[in-house]
Write a protein that binds this ligand. Structure first.
Ligand code: HEM
Length: 119
C-alpha cells in the first residue's frame, strides 16, 4: 500500500511538470492528455492514502494533518495547471506548493512511522 502511494505521488509530480512544460511550449492537446492521466493518479493517491489510514488502529492528529496537506497538494496541482492554462498569475500558489511539499515530506518521512524504507 505504501509503495503504491509513494509511486503514485512521485509519478504525479513528474507528470505535473510535464504538463506545465507542454503548456508553456504551446502543445495544448498533449498537455490536456497528461492532465487527464494526472487526474486518475489523484484518485490512486487518495485511495492508497485512505487505505493506509484504514490500516491504523488509532489515528493521531498528525495523520489527519498529513492527509489534509496531501489533499492541499492535489488542489495546488489543479490550481497551478488551470491558472497556467488561462495565463493567470500563479506565484501565490507556487509559494503554497513549496510549503505544502516541505510539510508533507516532513510528516510522511520523519514524523509518521510507516515507511517504504522498512521491509
Ligand atoms: C500529492 C499528495 C500526497 C503526497 C505528496 C504524499 C506524501 C506522502 C509521503 C512522503 C509519505 C511517507 C512515505 C514513507 O514514509 O515511506 C506518505 C504516507 C502516507 N500518506 Fe500520503 N501523500 C499525499 C496524499 C495523501 C492523502 C490524500 C492521504 C489520505 C487521504 C494520505 C495519507 C497517507 C498516510 C496515512 C501515510 C502513512 C503515514 C506514515 O505512517 O508514514 N496521503 N504520503
Amino acid at each position: 500500500m505504501i509503495h503504491g502511494h509513494v509511486t503514485a505521488w512521485a509519478l504525479a509530480l513528474i507528470l505535473f511538470f510535464v504538463a506545465l512544460s507542454l503548456h508553456s511550449s504551446g502543445k495544448a492537446k498533449a498537455a490536456k492528455i497528461v492532465q487527464m492521466i494526472l487526474r486518475v493518479l489523484y484518485l490512486v493517491i487518495i485511495a492508497t492514502g485512505v487505505g493506509l489510514l484504514f490500516m491504523l488502529s488509532n489515528i493521531s492528529v498528525l495523520y489527519i494533518l498529513k492527509a489534509v496537506v496531501g489533499l492541499w497538494i492535489i488542489g495546488l496541482f489543479e490550481m497551478i495547471l488551470s491558472r497556467a492554462t488561462a495565463k493567470r498569475k500563479t506565484s501565490v500558489f507556487w509559494i503554497q506548493f513549496v510549503i505544502a511539499w516541505a510539510l508533507v515530506l516532513y510528516l510522511g518521512f520523519v514524523e509518521l512511522p510507516m515507511s517504504i524504507l522498512n521491509p
